[in-house]
Design a protein around this ligand. Structure first.
Ligand code: SAH
Ligand code: SF4
Ligand code: F3S
Length: 443
């Protein structure tokens, strides 16, 4: 048998890209490839890209430039671009960077082995279709059985029908599609058999999930979560990313009732100004968001909230920005991701008058200072509390193990009885720069 070829994948962007990269690596395993963690000895390099902001998209081209030397030294090396830039720019990528052999959009990953064969044969391979066949099932059947770490992502829903005025996702990932419940449960069971104990259900609008249930009706995300709750050996369930308008009553209730559902919710609001929210086409107000948070906290008082914010959206005034800061003050976030508005080709907001870069930068700094303060306070308040921790790997220091708390804080302990995959009760004893320190409690 010939020696296995080596595949190097570099992943940018969101967690769905991480999930997709794993699936692509498994599919290419069937085509005789093993993964390598350096591009230097690869037979194929695949960039799984993100198009969400200008910087993310431009990174692809600078990264490709870096591979030129490798390609010159090894003409057999195949270079592929996958992900949202591939979907958005398609053939243009090969025009701008002729050394690219293969371009594959997110809906065509199950065709990757065939595309690779085409590229190997010396032709350019391009697939950015939205086919009707079931990508997920084809990929799952090609999936490996290798042992996994204790945590995994599982895509349950893909695409978005919301069309926020700033966002490329509805164009790069296409319309909302939900996978059937039984397929997700099967995949969850396979992952548990491979060592997984915590699943994060993924979707661009995961709480809009409406997959076919075993009874033939459309099931909600909450119904799916309750079905996964029955899977033995699965200890923790999370989901991301949610939209405020799809936070249904049964999902809110599940946060109070389902023990496996972790007390953490990522619920982006983007802005605290109703004027800006309207221009963003968000179809919710600051007030409706705050009322929603109140209902979620009534169901699960200790829930930790995280959010996404965009500053410097077209026409954002100082008063609009003050509304965003006021909303943050009111909600109090355990984590938040904040971005300067970035114009994206083909989206409605890109056509509007833009704010000065300095104004955006200055607002971003103020917002991040406030978020950091809240994050710090919430993390520090964990000291003295008892939390569940799922341990994932050895820490930097000798004898140290690190894992994530129920609230997704990184926690480290020095305890030789703890192994990767253990879920233990831990008393938090200190709060450091980026993680908490704890003491494992007797079982
Ligand atoms: N589906 C999710 C997240 C999509 S992208 C949701 O609806 O929340 C992740 C985040 O990137 C968004 O929440 C938004 O804060 C940010 N983002 C999207 N488009 C952007 C743009 N053009 N400029 C700056 N940030 C953007
Ligand atoms: Fe983008 Fe809005 Fe859809 Fe989220 S809800 S993916 S921000 S269009
Ligand atoms: Fe980026 Fe595509 Fe995810 S644009 S954030 S990789 S859905």
């Amino acid at each position: 048998m010939s020696e296995a070829k080596k595949l190097y994948i570099k992943t940018y962007g969101c967690q769905m890209n991480v999930y997709d990269s794993e699936r692509m690596a498994e599919a290419m395993g069937g085509a005789g490839y093993v993964e390598t963690d350096t591009p230097d000895d690869a037979d194929m390099i695949l960039l799984n890209t993100c198009h969400i902001r200008e910087k993310a998209a431009e990174k692809v081209y600078s990264e490709l430039g870096r591979f030129k030397g490798l390609k010159d030294a090894k003409p057999d090396l195949k270079i592929g671009v996958a992900g949202c830039v591939a979907q958005a720019e398609g053939e243009e990528i090969m025009r701008r960077q002729p050394m690219v052999d293969l371009v594959v959009g997110p809906q065509s990953y199950h065709n990757l082995p065939a595309l690779e064969a085409k590229a190997r044969g010396g032709d350019k391979a391009l697939d950015t279709q939205f086919p009707l066949d079931d990508k997920f099932e084809t990929l799952r059947k090609r999936g490996g059985k290798a042992k996994r770490g204790p945590t995994a992502f599982l895509t349950v829903q893909e695409g978005c029908d919301k069309f926020c005025a700033f966002c490329v996702v509805p164009y790069t990932r296409g319309a909302e599609v939900s996978r059937p419940v039984s397929r997700i449960v099967d995949e969850a069971k396979e992952l548990v058999e491979r060592g997984v104990r915590e699943l994060t259900l993924l979707g661009q609008n995961v709480n809009a999930y409406h997959g076919e249930g075993p009874d033939g009706n459309d099931w909600s995300l909450a119904q799916l979560i309750w079905e996964l709750d029955k899977v033995d050996g699965l200890e923790r369930i999370r989901f991301t990313t949610s939209h405020p308008n799809d936070m249904s009553d049964d999902l809110i209730a599940a946060h109070g009732e389902c023990a496996k559902l972790m007390p953490y919710l990522h619920l982006p609001v983007q802005s605290g100004s109703d004027r800006i929210l309207k221009r963003m086409n968000r179809s919710h107000t600051a007030e409706s968001y705050i009322r929603l948070i109140e209902r979620i906290r009534a169901a699960r008082p200790d829930i930790l909230l995280s959010g996404d914010f965009i500053v410097g959206f077209p026409e954002e005034t100082e008063a609009d920005f003050a509304d965003t800061m006021a909303l943050i003050e009111e909600v109090r976030y355990g984590y938040a991701y904040s971005f300067k508005y970035s114009t994206r080709p083909g989206t409605p907001a890109a056509e509007r008058a833009q704010l000065d870069e300095e104004v955006k930068t200055e607002r971003l700094h103020r917002l991040q200072a406030l978020i950091t303060e809240q994050q710090r306070a919430i993390q520090d308040a964990m000291v003295g509390r008892e939390v569940g921790v799922l341990f994932e790997k050895a820490g930097r220091r000798d004898g140290q193990m690190v894992g994530k708390s129920d609230y997704l804080h990184a926690v480290h302990v020095s305890d030789s009885t703890v192994q990767s995959g253990d879920l233990r009760r831990v008393e938090i004893i200190e709060s450091g720069a980026n993680s908490l320190g704890g003491r494992v409690l007797p079982a």
